[in-house]
Design a protein around this ligand. Structure first.
Ligand SMILES: [Zn+2]
Ligand SMILES: [Zn+2]
Length: 280
C-alpha cells in the first residue's frame, strides 16, 4: 500500500506516458469488473482470440482460388483443408479446454487464488518490456521442448505427433495439440508473466498477441503486411517458417522468433514444398 512519502517521492518523476493506460484500466475495472476478475477470463480471452483469428483464414480455405483473391498467397495450394479437417481440429481444441484446461483453472483457483486486481495501470514501458520479456522466455522454452520432442521418438510419438497430422497447416490446426503439449504451453504462459511480475493488463495484451502469432504460424498463407514480414531482419519466423516446419519437421523449431534456429543451424527460410512434394 502507498503512503504519503511514497506518493511525494514518485510525483516529480512521473511522466504523462506513465498514465496513458490508466483510462483503459479504469474502464475495465469499473465497467467489466465481474468479467475481468473471473479466474476463467484469461482462458476465455485466449480461446476467443484463437477462434476469431482463425475464422477469416478458414473462410479463405473454404472459398479456394476461384472465389478468394487472397488464395494466391496460399503456401501449399495443392493441400486445401476440408471442412471435416477443420471441424476435427476445432473439436480437439474445444475438448482439451473442457476436459483439461477449465478443470485445471478451477482447481488452481481453489488452491492458489489470484491476488486482487491492482488499481494502478502499468506504464507503456512496463507493458511492452514485460510482454517482450515473456515472449523471449516462452520462445526459448518452446524451442528446446520442441527440439527434444522431435529428436526423441517416444516423446514425439506420445506427445507431439498429433500436431503433425497435417503437412499443410491451417488456422484451426494451431491448437490441434495433445493434452500434454497444451498443458505444458499453458503452464509456461501462466508462470512466465508471474516470474517477470507482469501486470494483468500486460498478461492479457500478451495473450492476444501471442495467440495471434501462434495462429499466424499456422494460417498457411504468406500474406504481406503481417508481423512476420513487417519486423525487420527476419527476426520473427511467421507463417512461412512454421509452414516449412510442418513440411520439413527437422527445421524451424522456435514458435515466434528466429534467433534460436539460426544459432542451432535449424533455420530454413526457402520454400521447400516443390522438393518435398517430389519426395512424396
Ligand atoms: Zn504447428
Ligand atoms: Zn513440431
Amino acid at each position: 500500500m502507498w503512503n504519503i512519502t511514497e506518493v511525494a517521492l514518485r510525483l516529480p518523476t512521473s511522466k504523462a506516458s506513465d498514465h496513458l493506460l490508466q483510462p483503459l484500466w479504469d474502464f475495465l475495472l469499473f465497467q467489466h469488473y465481474t468479467l475481468v476478475s473471473s479466474p476463467f477470463f484469461p482462458v476465455l480471452l485466449a480461446f476467443s482470440c484463437y477462434f476469431i483469428f482463425s475464422v477469416p483464414f478458414a473462410i479463405l480455405d473454404v472459398l479456394g482460388e476461384t472465389r478468394a483473391p487472397l488464395f494466391e498467397y496460399k503456401i501449399q495450394k495443392q493441400r486445401r483443408p476440408t471442412v471435416a479437417m477443420m471441424l476435427r481440429t476445432l473439436g480437439t481444441a474445444v475438448y482439451n479446454h473442457l476436459v483439461f484446461v477449465l478443470p485445471t483453472v478451477l482447481i488452481s483457483n481453489v488452491v492458489m487464488p489470484a491476488p486482487p486486481l491492482p488499481a494502478v495501470a502499468p506504464t507503456v514501458w512496463e507493458l511492452i518490456s514485460g510482454a517482450l520479456g515473456v515472449l523471449l522466455i516462452f520462445d526459448t522454452q518452446y524451442f528446446f521442448w520442441h527440439l527434444a520432442h522431435h529428436k526423441n521418438p517416444h516423446l514425439y510419438r506420445w506427445v507431439h505427433a498429433i500436431h503433425h497430422n497435417y503437412i499443410s497447416p491451417f488456422s484451426w490446426s494451431t491448437q490441434h495439440l495433445s493434452a500434454v503439449e497444451l498443458m505444458t504451453v499453458g503452464f509456461w504462459s501462466n508462470i512466465d508473466p508471474i516470474l517477470l511480475k507482469c501486470h494483468p493488463l500486460t498478461i492479457w495484451t500478451l495473450s492476444v498477441f501471442s495467440i495471434w502469432m501462434s495462429v499466424e504460424d499456422h494460417i498457411g498463407y504468406d500474406l504481406p503486411y503481417l508481423p512476420g514480414h513487417l519486423v525487420p531482419f527476419g527476426l520473427l519466423g511467421g507463417a512461412m517458417a512454421h509452414d516449412i516446419h510442418h513440411q520439413k519437421p527437422s527445421s524451424n523449431f522456435a514458435p515466434f522468433f528466429s534467433h534460436w534456429d539460426r544459432l542451432f543451424g535449424t533455420a530454413v527460410t526457402v520454400k521447400p514444398s516443390k522438393k518435398i512434394d517430389k519426395e512424396k
